[in-house]
Ligand binder design. Structure first.
Ligand code: ATP
Length: 218
């Protein structure tokens, strides 16, 4: 099985999220992309505007009927853990999957840019292969500058790299360069706040109905 973990705030989920997940699924022949709304992003301390429950409901609506996409509650609020760190989530996820599962982590280019600041950053590429999707305004011309220290990177095929560390661990990084989604959840929330009856074309219709019905972001 080839499974990608796709964590995010999904506040709200939009067509950019769906587009890059589909690009990853097709490029790497993934069996499943797990959409995992995060309780609280460690690097977004101001938090999200919609509750975790609303973001889960919207994510479920966004992926309904989409083959190979599933909701994951791996990053749900958990009083037993101090924060939702991706390294911890991937470690738990790995333990819950058969040992021959190929696990991937799907990220937008802006997330890769901050990766070195994440908790246990140097371990993350060896807990899951990385898939990095291009995002307008983000420079992916030299990805080595975005990797945590101590990781060697070597191009193996166009847009595919081998990563290695001093402990002899190896992993793979795949770039998706055809994802050009000029969409951000922040802009979408702002546009709904300015005009609650707005119909942003970049949000899946059932998600938009949910937002209007629950008066989110107003
Ligand atoms: P915000 O604008 O509030 O930061 P966001 O959509 O970037 O919202 P998340 O919902 O946390 O934030 O995104 C989940 C993942 O999807 C992240 O890895 C992010 O980099 C990626 N992503 C989101 N939008 C895009 C986009 N337009 N192009 C490429 N990647 C994206």
């Amino acid at each position: 099985m080839r499974i990608a973990f796709f964590g995010g705030t999904f506040d709200p989920p939009h067509l950019g999220h769906l587009g890059l997940a589909r690009a990853a699924q097709q490029t790497l022949a993934l069996d499943t992309v797990l959409f995992a709304p995060v309780a609280q992003q460690p690097l977004k301390p101001s938090g999200s505007s919609a509750s975790f429950e609303d973001r889960v409901a919207m994510t479920q609506l966004a992926i309904a009927g989409q083959p190979n996409f599933e909701l994951s509650l791996a990053d749900a609020p958990n009083p037993a853990i101090p924060s939702n760190y991706t390294a911890d989530t991937l470690t738990r996820l790995r333990q819950s999957l058969p040992t021959d599962t190929d696990l991937y982590l799907l990220l937008g280019a802006d997330s890769l840019r901050t990766l070195a600041q994440w908790h246990r950053a140097a371990e993350i590429p060896f807990l899951a292969n990385l898939i990095v999707a291009a995002r307008p305004g983000e420079d992916l011309s030299d990805i080595s500058t975005h990797l945590p220290a101590g990781i060697a990177i070597q191009l193996t095929q166009p847009n595919r790299y081998r990563l290695a560390n001093a402990q002899g661990q190896q992993s793979q990084l795949t770039l998706l360069l055809d994802t050009h989604y000029e969409i951000s959840a922040t802009q979408l929330r702002n546009s709904i706040r300015r005009n609650p009856s707005t119909q942003p074309a970049l949000i899946p219709e059932p998600v938009l109905e949910y937002i209007h019905h629950h008066h989110l972001y107003e």
